[in-house]
Design a protein around this ligand. Structure first.
Ligand SMILES: *Cc1c(COP(=O)(O)O)cnc(C)c1O
Length: 535
């Protein structure tokens, strides 16, 4: 008899506790809704869809442990209970590796020994990590909870920009990254700094053999080390206040970054006394890629890999809406007494300056714009989203989706990243009269909703404003449609329906209409706002 592991089919990681019925909407009803929402997929009512792959952000189905933690939410204005367990969950996940303390269990199990709660949770001093505790968090704040990732970016860049421009208002400042997310770049630019991308778009589109998808991974999300070295040589060091690494690299089709790449970028940063920050959205998925495909770490636990990854960072911004952690939440954390703090605390402590902005914009530091319920669900979610069985299933499902598309000769980017599959629209429309400015990707997303009730998202010439860019800027724009997978929401049957729908669309691709922008061509962040019209 074979063992359970040798059966050749994975052990299911979860079962449903609550289900939501999908409404049996007709094509005619969707057609009317499309017309009345100007064919913009962001404006289409989600209740009228069968499947929604618009985003993986905040769309997670929470686990029973998260729902039960939510009931322990404490809506006090100052120092709610969840604040303490959230900070300790962050220490557990990012710093404690295989030895987490799980102090959240003190609350969930109803411990009423007051001395114990004081000594193990409420009054414990910590310092020199990402999350000071007790008196040290008051004296040198370094942990900032906010509603979502972009708020953390705003806090960081608006604050350091003031410091930098006070230091020397005549200098230009640059933040290099393996791939800035759109809000990260927008926050950098809005603060008067420059955002620089150091990855090669052609690597992402490079062909990868379908039969190798399970076996190996080229870590296409890596920062291009040659470009980083050249960049540091060209620009004076005082003009590079931070180096950023996005894990996984969302802008580069959600591709992972190797631990080797993290180590090298860290070495270069620290040789030059530049702090290294992570945009840590999807760090857990990235850690699982490292375990699967970087041979040195095959026998390591996910917890230990995450600890290792973050040992190279001086700080990080994060959206907790990713990685299945929670439906809402974000944060900014930096190493106490580390390079970042030293470099930015010349006149007054950088943490104290960040805290002032946090209070002005998101409320006091113990809730940061979140309800006590959100905070508890997030604290529990940090443990749920870093479990190996969950992550294994997550990446297996994304691979399954990509492989099923590839088998039907649909030009999907291989290997897939962690959170989404991306279809290359240039190859999709090969041999058909569809120019870049005909927005074939938009036609694809509209027809996929119209005929089959499946929502996807164009991330190409429309979203990145091809018509408003210089030839050089156009070089960096991929022409892709993304289908992002909500976590724990869909089973194989859902993916099979989506694959069948996309395959049918592919067969009939010459019928996909060209699309024009009918209203709001020049609006900022126009993909959320404009009206469209299929021709
Ligand atoms: C989603 C995301 C952000 C921004 O987070 P929000 O919670 O949407 O504000 C930043 N960086 C990356 C890589 C992301 O995927």
């Amino acid at each position: 008899m074979k063992s359970q592991v040798d059966l050749g089919v994975p052990i299911p990681p979860h079962k449903a506790l609550v289900t939501r019925v999908i409404k049996q909407v007709t094509k005619e009803q969707r057609e009317r809704a499309l017309q009345e929402t100007e064919y913009n997929v962001f404006s289409f009512p989600s209740d009228l869809l069968f499947l929604d792959f618009l985003s993986d952000s905040g769309t997670t189905t929470m686990t029973d442990l998260q729902w039960s933690a939510l009931f322990h939410g404490d809506e006090s204005y100052g120092r709610n209970k969840g604040y303490y367990v959230l900070l300790d969950a962050i220490r557990d996940v990012f710093e404690r590796g295989d030895s987490p303390k799980k102090s959240i269990e003190l609350l969930l199990s109803g411990v009423d020994d007051v001395e114990r709660l004081m000594n193990e949770l409420y009054l414990v001093p910590y310092e020199e990590g990402f999350v000071n505790g007790g008196i040290h968090q008051l004296d040198r704040p370094n942990a900032f909870i906010v509603p979502q990732g972009r708020c953390a970016e705003f806090l960081l860049f608006s604050t350091i920009s003031k410091i930098l421009h006070k230091r020397d208002s005549n200098l230009e400042y640059y933040i290099p990254n393996n791939g800035h997310f759109d809000t990260t770049e927008a926050n950098i630019v809005a603060s008067g700094l420059h955002a620089v991308n150091l990855f090669d778009k052609n690597i992402i589109l490079e062909e990868f053999p379908l039969e190798s998808v399970e076996m190996s991974n080229p870590f296409k999300g890596n920062m291009d080390i040659r470009l980083l070295k050249e960049f540091i040589k060209e620009i004076s060091l005082e003009q590079i206040p931070l180096i950023y690494l996005t894990i996984t690299n969302n802008t580069a089709a959600g591709q992972p970054v190797s631990l080797k790449n993290i180590q090298t970028v860290s070495e270069i940063s620290h040789e030059n006394n530049i702090p290294l920050f992570f945009d840590a959205c999807r760090f857990a998925e990235n850690a699982y890629f490292i375990k699967l495909y970087e041979s040195d770490y095959r026998s390591w636990s996910i917890k230990k890999i995450i600890q290792k990854m973050f040992s190279y960072a001086d700080g990080f911004t994060i959206s907790f809406k990713k990685d299945g952690l929670a439906n809402m939440g974000g944060g900014l954390f930096f190493r106490d007494k580390g390079v970042f703090q030293t470099n930015f605390s010349e006149n007054s402590d950088i943490g104290t300056q960040l805290k002032v902005t946090q209070i002005l914009t998101f409320g006091n530091d113990s809730y940061g714009g979140l309800s006590g319920r959100d905070i508890m669900a997030l604290a529990a979610g940090l443990y749920e989203g870093t479990k190996e069985s969950y992550l294994a299933n997550r990446l297996r499902q994304t691979r399954y989706f990509a492989k099923e598309l590839a088998i039907r000769e649909i030009p999907v980017i291989l290997p897939p990243g962690g959170h989404a599959v991306y279809i290359d629209m240039n190859r999709f429309f090969e041999g058909i009269d569809m120019k870049i400015e005909d927005y074939g990707g938009l036609g694809f997303t509209i027809e996929l909703i119209r005929h089959f009730g499946v929502r996807s998202c164009e991330l190409g010439p429309f979203a990145f404003e091809w018509d408003q860019k210089t030839n050089e800027q156009r070089e960096g724009i991929l022409n892709v449609v993304r289908l992002a997978l909500p976590r724990n929401a869909y089973e194989t049957s859902h993916i099979d329906y989506a694959v069948a729908a996309i395959a049918e669309l592919y067969k009939n691709r010459e019928k996909i209409p060209k699309v024009e922008i009918a209203r709001g061509r020049n609006l900022p962040l126009r993909h959320f706002q404009t009206g469209l019209k299929p021709k």
